[in-house]
Design a protein. Structure first.
Length: 379
């Protein structure tokens, strides 16, 4: 991956009637990276993918590939290929025939087609399956056929629409790793559309989070998780517990915020999101938040924790290497905490409904605006 942009999207909008599927979206996609478009259903990610592929025309804005205007070009004239969610392999053709189809349509010489098909099948580890028909393959193998069919055309940009959604959980995990290795081997820029946060976090070099047609943040997976720009992004890329800010003052660079559940909390400057830009705008427009892995749960009251909540022990869910512990509260929805299995077992022995304390340090909290997009904090 380089810092050079292969795709530049500038104030791109798409309206269907009065509904804005995309609203002035702007960002760059770097050459050689795996870039994910992430968001809930209806957020605009599929519309953006269709605009990139040429199947939709934007209402306004710019779309550049290698600095050249892409919008006037028809889909078959763009150096871009797409792998659809259904794979769309031809059932009556062999694997080799499927992969060769696009090259035949372009009128490529037979000798070159044979060489490129063999190379493409080798890249996806299907070089021994060329004579088989799609019904003789597993779901993961059919997906690789779809990948080989687009890779053989050597596109500048490869678009993947929910590429793993049709696979079972175990195969999906394996294919994530294969996609990453394949992209590293071929060096083509991948753009992946998904609503699966774990998929995007595992595969992508960078992620664009969209909601209701607006771009909320573009960042690496770790940046999204550790430094989300607002409450929506924080909640969408992982579990987080938020508390509405009802009062605010400032002490030097730190913020002192009040919440109904936690009282007054001093939030260190390092935990304040970039989207926080005016002290007087915090009340009613922001939250303090903590992730479950930072919450401790004990059957006795802690002596030194900076934030403490009294609750009742709820369900304990074994997750393999750790357990998820529920803390039931009187005045708000339950909290969850990540605990070692040994600690979870000790809590379990206390009994469901027993008194417990949830506690954590303010250094592990975030002060987030509800929506940072109006402040320009999306990068």
């Amino acid at each position: 991956m380089t810092d050079k942009a292969i795709v530049s999207i500038r104030e791109l909008s798409k309206y269907f009637g009065r509904v804005a599927a995309l609203n002035e979206v702007s960002f760059d996609i770097k050459a050689g990276e795996i870039f994910a478009l992430l968001g809930p259903s209806g957020c605009g990610k599929s519309t953006l993918l269709r605009i990139l592929s040429g199947f939709e025309t934007p209402s306004s804005g710019e779309l550049l590939l290698d600095g050249k205007d892409l919008i006037p070009l028809k889909p078959n004239k763009r150096p871009i290929n797409m792998v659809f969610q259904s794979y769309a392999v031809f059932p009556h053709m062999s694997v080799e025939e499927n992969v060769a189809y696009g090259l035949k349509v372009e009128g490529i010489a037979k000798a070159e087609i044979k060489t490129r098909v063999a190379q493409s099948l080798k890249q996806v580890h299907l070089d021994e399956f060329g004579a088989r028909k799609p019904h003789q393959l597993s779901g993961g193998q059919r997906q690789r056929v779809a990948l080989a069919r687009v890779l053989v055309k050597k596109p500048r940009l490869l678009l993947l629409d929910e590429p793993l959604s049709a696979l079972d959980a175990k195969l999906r995990d394996a294919m994530r790793l294969e996609l990453v290795k394949l992209q590293e081997a071929v060096g083509i820029t991948f753009v992946i559309v998904t609503h699966d946060q774990s998929e995007a976090m595992a595969i992508a070099d960078r992620i664009a989070v969209l909601n209701e047609g607006r771009l909320r943040q573009v960042a690496t997976p770790s940046q999204l998780y550790q430094r989300p720009v607002d409450a929506f992004v924080a909640d969408f890329v992982g579990t987080i517990h938020s508390f509405a800010v009802v009062s605010s003052t400032q002490q030097g660079k730190d913020f002192v915020v009040g919440t109904q559940e936690l009282g007054n909390i001093t939030v260190p400057a390092a935990a304040v999101a970039h989207g926080i830009y005016q002290l007087d705008e915090l009340v009613g427009n922001s939250v303090v938040a903590v992730r479950p892995e930072h919450i401790n749960v004990t059957a006795t009251q802690p002596a030194n924790s900076e934030v403490t909540l009294l609750g009742k022990l709820g369900d304990i869910a074994f997750q393999g290497q750790h357990s998820v512990v529920e803390i039931m509260l009187d005045n708000r929805p339950s909290l969850t905490a990540i605990a070692s299995n040994a600690d979870a077992q000790a809590l379990h022995e206390s009994g469901h409904g027993s008194t417990v304390w949830a506690h954590w340090d303010t250094a592990n909290m975030l002060l987030l605006p509800n929506d940072a997009s109006d402040a320009g904090a999306v990068e």
